[in-house]
Design a protein around this ligand. Structure first.
Ligand code: DX5
Ligand code: ZN
Length: 222
């Protein structure tokens, strides 16, 4: 069963001074998620969005938050993020001692759990976790910054992940995050991705979004 392509715009790429206009465009365009990259300066050498930003967004729109924790010890912080209505919370398994316990905790808190695979993390290494989550984020750039170029070897991981999920009868979402550009989208969708994290490589130009670009992405992903 082919999953409908969903779009999760990367809000770290949005101009904070144009946020209401951006959210209106997304609501009119039926955007399914808002991708929130949370960085702690430890797991990745950068800082971005946090719980207060999530709280403001959740108060301003009904589009659910797709929160990507690029942080060490996410188990210590998950309560801050899992409480938003309809939230999805993805973490990098190498950042926590007991990933299965954290997946269970995210569900207990009412959110949808995901795991995120850094370019160096193999699908095989996470095979015991994949059947437990609702989403697998395949990073196609090194985590930490927008504006980077695709690491081509990561495309194969999308295919491997989709094949593994199929082999265990799971229909989790496979999300691709990083340089999701107009040129790369067809290959990413063909490899098996069904959620596109859209950042500076496609939707956002100087922090703003044109409705026509949403239609273009829908067509590419169809
Ligand atoms: C990497 C970030 C980026 C961002 C998307 O940690 O997650 O992937 O969301 O930005 P572009 O499209 O510039 O890669
Ligand atoms: Zn991300």
């Amino acid at each position: 069963m082919k999953q409908k392509i969903q779009i999760s715009p990367s809000m770290m790429c949005a101009d904070p001074f144009a946020l209401r206009e951006v959210l209106d465009t997304f609501e009119k365009g039926g955007i399914e998620w808002l991708h929130i990259d949370v960085m702690d300066g430890r797991y990745v050498p950068n800082f971005t969005l946090g719980p207060d930003y999530c709280r403001s967004l959740a108060a301003a729109t009904s589009i659910p938050l797709d929160i990507h924790l690029m942080v060490e010890e996410p188990d210590r912080h998950v309560e801050l993020f899992a409480k938003f209505p309809g939230a999805r919370v993805s973490f990098h398994p190498e950042t926590v001692r007991q990933p299965v316990r954290l997946i269970e905790r995210i569900r207990e808190l009412g959110a949808s759990p995901g795991i995120a695979l850094d370019p160096a993390m193999s699908v095989q290494a996470c095979s015991h976790l994949l059947p437990l989550v609702d989403q697998v984020v395949i990073m196609t750039v090194n985590p930490g910054y927008a504006g980077q170029k695709l690491l081509p070897f990561c495309l194969e991981k999308i295919t491997e992940c989709r094949a593994f999920l199929k082999s265990c009868g799971r229909h989790a979402d496979v999300q691709v995050d990083g340089n999701v550009s107009w040129e790369n989208i067809p290959r990413m969708v063909a490899a098996g991705a069904n959620i596109l994290v859209a950042g500076t490589s496609s939707l956002f130009v100087k922090g703003r979004v044109a409705a026509s670009e949403l239609a273009r992405m829908r067509e590419l992903g169809a």
